[in-house]
Ligand binder design. Structure first.
Ligand SMILES: Cc1cc2nc3c(=O)[nH]c(=O)nc-3n(C[C@H](O)[C@H](O)[C@H](O)COP(=O)(O)O)c2cc1C
Length: 225
């Protein structure tokens, strides 16, 4: 017999009711309904083991991103990565100091760009949406291979174009990504170590609506973390 899944209906007063914790992973996160553990196990650490990773380890992440869906199959994403010490130094420079402080230990750094226009030169309003899908494929494939990722919006865009050689006329820079293997929280300065844990999410009932949007019943019991 299949397990009853609490799903919101237009008629229920409490869209999801009290949820049964049906999946708890080693990350300590609990899913309201059963999903693949990789969605809970991916989180953004600041502590990375300083050991190098190889180009061969990174390639499947880019390959997973390549298969992301995009409007009209435009594939607007471009990834530029740094593994060599001199490239990593250059990629660290654009980061906000608060990010540079911990990202300097990550063995790989990546900048992700989105093409501004379609291949035939038209406006492309979905470009950043599509590039976000590619990022998520990258991040999930990383976790499936025992690697971790931390996306960063805190950097100087002009400096990111300078560091990577990507042309700002044709591209927007979306995020920087630190990639490596998560390390121990204690390896971080104390104020960052205290924040080194997976975050929680809003209650499912606040973000899913059947038929018509409406304000969810009781306030969320789960903090957004
Ligand atoms: C577009 C974007 C920009 C972000 N910028 C930063 C950043 O500059 N510094 C940082 O430490 N984390 C940054 N993050 C990470 C988020 O804070 C993190 O993904 C969010 O709190 C959820 O936590 P989780 O990824 O561990 O599940 C960013 C994430 C995204 C998607």
């Amino acid at each position: 017999m299949s397990e009853a899944i609490p799903f919101p209906t237009a008629r229920s007063t409490q869209p999801f009711g009290p949820t049964e914790p049906s999946l708890r992973t080693s990350s300590g996160r609990t899913a309201a309904v059963s999903i693949d553990p990789v969605f809970l196990d991916r989180w953004s650490p600041r502590s990375f083991q300083p050991d190098p990773i190889t180009r061969e380890e990174l390639l499947p992440l880019f390959e997973a991103a390549r298969w992301a869906p995009s409007a009209n199959n435009e594939q607007p994403w471009t990834f530029v990565y740094a593994l060599a010490p001199e490239d990593r130094e250059r990629f660290l420079a654009p980061l906000a100091p608060g990010n540079r402080a911990w990202a300097s230990r990550a063995p790989a750094l990546v900048y992700l760009f989105a093409r501004k226009r379609t291949r035939n030169g038209s406006a492309y309003p979905a470009s950043s949406f599509d590039t976000g899908a590619a990022w998520m494929s990258f991040a999930l494939q990383a976790r499936m291979r025992g690697l971790d990722t931390h996306p960063m919006g805190g950097f100087d865009p002009a400096a990111a174009f300078e560091a990577t050689g990507v042309d700002p006329k044709d591209h927007d820079v979306m995020i920087a990504i630190a990639v490596g293997r998560r390390g121990k929280a204690e390896a971080l300065p104390s104020q960052l170590a205290a924040r080194e844990h997976p975050s929680d999410r809003q209650h499912l009932g606040t973000l899913v609506h059947e038929g018509r949007w409406r304000i969810a019943g009781p306030p969320s019991t789960q903090s957004p973390g």
